[in-house]
Design a protein around this ligand. Sequence first.
Ligand code: SF4
Ligand code: SF4
Length: 77
Amino acid sequence: MVFEKGADIFIDEDECVGCRKCVEVCPEDVYELERRPGETDPDRVFKSVAKQPENCILCLSCIEICGKSAIYIDNKQ
Ligand code: SF4
Ligand code: SF4
């Protein structure tokens, strides 16, 4: 079977503290940090968003590195 990129990626917003580790570890630039509008808690100002889930190669590095276990990935294949 030919491997096709892409996965369904869910980030638990309640758990994500915007530490940026998933952004830095992902080899396919799937994630970006976004500011939470109006948030003043320093641990909550940013959250990770899977902007390009179609690029995911299922290396699972993001899941391994997220200290909050906030990332869930579903293989579409
Ligand atoms: S590694 Fe986890 S806690 Fe850190 S920004 Fe990514 S999803 Fe959020
Ligand atoms: S599994 Fe790998 S390629 Fe997919 S989003 Fe996570 S770090 Fe990026």
